[in-house]
Design a protein around this ligand. Structure first.
Ligand code: HEM
Length: 218
């Protein structure tokens, strides 16, 4: 509880976000990043094929997250958050084929491996770990992901904004706060040990998200 308001501070906003921000490099998040700078996005030189691969692998992971949430009763409150990205990516991947004849490539090992890891942790009952990946993958996309999208649109797509970066509804004011509240409500029933298990997974969620970026970064 905070003395001033009597409200329980949000676990997502304080602890999960804090753990994630500390793992950013200084060039990614200059105010909050704590890791040494790497090669900044301004130096990335991907091709359209690289970017399409990033989208295809990302879709594999979103589809897996979305299927798990549909199949798992404990995550029923995460359904229909409005942040789902699988259908938007279907349209974008079809757009590459329709407008430029660029065929959809097969999912590469980055996408397959991460999707398999997510499935395994849920099959093993490690639901706290899954919540960490779920949070980081969706929220990262609305922050750094949107920055990547703008850069790729300018470099590779003549400024075309993909569906991947458009949501039905106000993402910052409505959809993200809505999902934060749902995650906080689930975590409210957890022991400190369960919360720590979730937080300890943050580095692995950066590994998974970082694997997608291998397709477009040096
Ligand atoms: C937030 C940049 C990669 C997870 C942020 C913010 C920035 C940023 C600037 C702060 C947004 C704000 O509160 O004003 C980047 C860049 C990345 C990157 C440039 C790569 C080029 C990642 C990765 C993950 C991640 C790989 C994890 C999979 C998060 C999370 C937040 C965040 C969870 C908090 C979002 C929120 O509170 O709404 N990122 N990031 N980011 N990032 Fe990243």
């Amino acid at each position: 509880m905070t003395a001033a308001t009597g409200e329980v501070p949000s676990f997502v906003q304080t602890e999960m976000r804090g753990a994630a921000m500390a793992l950013h490099t200084r060039d990614q998040a200059p105010r909050e990043g704590k890791q040494p700078a790497q090669r900044p996005m301004s130096s990335w030189q991907p091709t359209r094929a690289d970017y399409l691969q990033f989208l295809v692998d990302s879709r594999k992971v979103y589809r897996t997250l979305e299927e798990i949430v549909e199949e798992t009763e404990m995550f029923a409150s995460f359904r229909a958050s409005g942040l789902e990205r699988g259908a938007a990516l279907d349209k974008d991947i079809a757009w590459f084929a329709a407008t430029h004849g660029e065929k959809e490539p097969a999912v590469k090992s980055q996408g397959e491996t991460y999707a398999a890891e997510l499935r395994k942790m849920v099959a093993d009952g490690e639901l706290e770990r899954f919540v960490c990946h779920f949070y980081n993958f969706y929220f990262a996309h609305t922050a750094g992901g949107r920055m990547i999208g703008k850069r790729m649109a300018g470099m590779l797509l003549d400024g075309h904004t993909l569906e991947f970066y458009q949501w039905d509804g106000d993402v910052d004011q409505v959809l993200l706060p809505g999902l934060r509240t749902k995650i906080d409500a689930l975590v409210a029933g957890w022991s400190r040990e369960q919360k720590d298990k979730c937080l300890a997974e943050t580095a692995n969620s950066f590994k998974g998200g970082g694997a997608m970026m291998q397709h477009i970064s040096p």
